[in-house]
Design a protein around this ligand. Structure first.
Ligand SMILES: [Zn+2]
Length: 266
């Protein structure tokens, strides 16, 4: 590109110089004061016919469709793995490499490094923009911890209610270390819509995709994703996919990757 426009300029400069020579020789016998004025206007007209740079970019409209098949949505350690009620982690007791959360982690739970870095940047930016950040209420949770958590929900609320809000062990995005449950500073961790309704939470809702996060369980998506609305549960999927989903208006990973809806366990 740069080379194209550079040689183009040289061509027009050359043409202008030639024109100038012609004009000068033409005006050689006339008044020399008038000769310089037509030259500046001559070069812009010569450099304006530049439709070809756009032509060189035109033959590449396909990349929006091409990358999707490159994503690994099956391996547990892939940043783009899709886990739901129909797609368990493989192996079920997978343990990711994690780092301590840079954002204050209420339970001390860590995150995958990529998710941690993106979350920390988002927290810094939302704090700068709105004066208020968030805390991490849940990050990485082990298989065994998820067993405990899920059975606690079943004992407390019954299996149907538990399955609407809590993943069975081996099916949780939290076991990937790529999911972050967040609430506003000072709001505690009884997960609710409270944070999403604040200016800080709204900023996160609008900008999370820029950091590679998507709201994994959007309002009304339970027939597809299998869980009720969770305005606090952000899944790190990477900026490329998050941005693509944003631009295409696609809100679930199942729809984005053309996967079957996963309302229930198989
Ligand atoms: Zn969660």
């Amino acid at each position: 590109m740069a080379r194209v426009s550079r040689s183009r300029n040289r061509t027009s400069a050359l043409a202008a110089a030639t024109l100038l020579t012609v004009l000068l020789s033409a005006c050689a016998g006339g008044s020399p004061e008038e000769s310089p004025s037509p030259t500046p206007s001559a070069s812009p007209t010569q450099s304006t016919p530049t439709p070809s740079p756009t032509e060189t970019e035109e033959p590449t409209p396909s990349p929006t469709e091409e990358p999707a098949p490159e994503y690994d949505i099956d391996s547990a350690d892939s940043l783009t793995v899709v886990v739901n009620k129909a797609r368990p982690l493989q192996p079920a007791d997978y343990v990711p490499e994690t780092v301590a959360s840079s954002v204050y982690s209420v339970n001390g739970q860590p995150l995958r490094p990529e998710a941690n870095e993106a979350l920390a940047q988002m927290d810094a930016d939302v704090t700068a923009a709105t004066g208020s950040g968030f805390v991490l209420c849940s990050g990485y949770r082990s298989y065994d911890y998820q067993v405990e958590l899920y059975s606690g929900y079943v004992n407390g609320y019954g299996q149907e209610a538990a399955d609407a809000t809590s993943a069975r062990a081996g099916h949780s995005e939290h076991q990937l270390g790529l999911a972050a449950d967040i609430m506003g500073e000072g709001q505690g961790c009884s997960l609710s819509e409270a944070y999403a309704q604040t200016a800080s939470g709204q900023w996160v809702s609008e900008h999370a995709w820029e950091y590679g996060f998507i709201l994994r369980y959007p309002d009304g998506s339970q027939p597809i994703v299998g869980y009720s609305y969770e305005p606090w549960h952000w899944r790190y999927i990477g900026v490329d996919i998050a941005q693509d989903m944003q631009e295409q208006g696609i809100t679930t990973l199942e729809e984005y990757f053309g996967l079957d809806a996963a309302p229930d366990y198989l």
